[in-house]
Design a protein around this ligand. Sequence first.
Ligand SMILES: C[S@@+](CC[C@H](N)C(=O)[O-])C[C@H]1O[C@@H](n2cnc3c(N)ncnc32)[C@H](O)[C@@H]1O
Length: 288
Amino acid sequence: MNLTELAEFYTTDKGDSPGVFGHSHGYTHIYETFFSPQKEMPVNLLEIGVWTGASLRMWEKYFPNAKIVGVDINPECKIHATHRCIVEIGDATDKHFLQSVIDKYFPEGIDIIIDDGSHLCSHQIKSFFILFPFLRENGLYFVEDLSVSQLSPSSTDTQFTDFLDFANYLSEQLIYFKNVSDIYSTITDVRQFYQHNMKVPQLSYFNKHLHSVQMFHNLCLLVKKKRNLNYATFTDDRMLEIDEIWKEAKGKQFMINEQRTEIELHKNELAKMRNTLCYKIKTLLQQR
Ligand SMILES: C[S@@+](CC[C@H](N)C(=O)[O-])C[C@H]1O[C@@H](n2cnc3c(N)ncnc32)[C@H](O)[C@@H]1O
């Protein structure tokens, strides 16, 4: 059976047949193109979101030699563990929980990550920041149901409107390098700086490790592969990087908040000036 047939057999809506919610996402056609070369290999696969265990059943059948771990916040999902599939209960936005899962099952790294959890934008981003550094070289990180990320109420702890917006931010990092003064530089700029012995921008973690951002219907794929950018400076401490990345994304939010406060101050100033002007005009009219 191919992956789409397996999806139908195990009743997950990742294939062509509508699941409980009446949707058929058709992701399995895309997955098959990436997964079929690795089908018989001992891949390490982590899925966020177990629910009825349908997709775990599909993965264990499709990848006979894989190590498969599903994580879910709902303790009832534990019953979907089998001798082929581990289920760990915890929050996929909790760094310490995910770190313990990695230490326990994937100390050598992960090949495939699928985020089919809450679909909330801030959760998707947080899990991605935590897990992406633990992908192995050429590892694949899929985020499903992007349209739900757009519909969900925007969260206060991220400035991104939805995962598409975040994917755009990541795409920028494939092309631009951000230096200390917050100005984006292109790869050509960086080469020029290097050739002329000028200060070269510090690479962000994603400048260095993100190979591509690929969009499909309602699905995003982020591929990890080290880029050959040896002329730029870079530190490779993974845990430090996660904190730095998170701080950077949050920093953007602070900047936006600061700008909003400034706009509010200007508005108040304008209101005061208008009131003074109105008062002066009124006094002048009364004097006539
Ligand atoms: C769409 S279902 C998963 C479906 C499953 N992958 C399949 O295709 O059969 C989403 C699951 O994500 C879980 N979930 C929601 N928020 C989560 C979080 N913060 N951390 C971990 N799991 C979460 C829910 O409990 C639910 O079981």
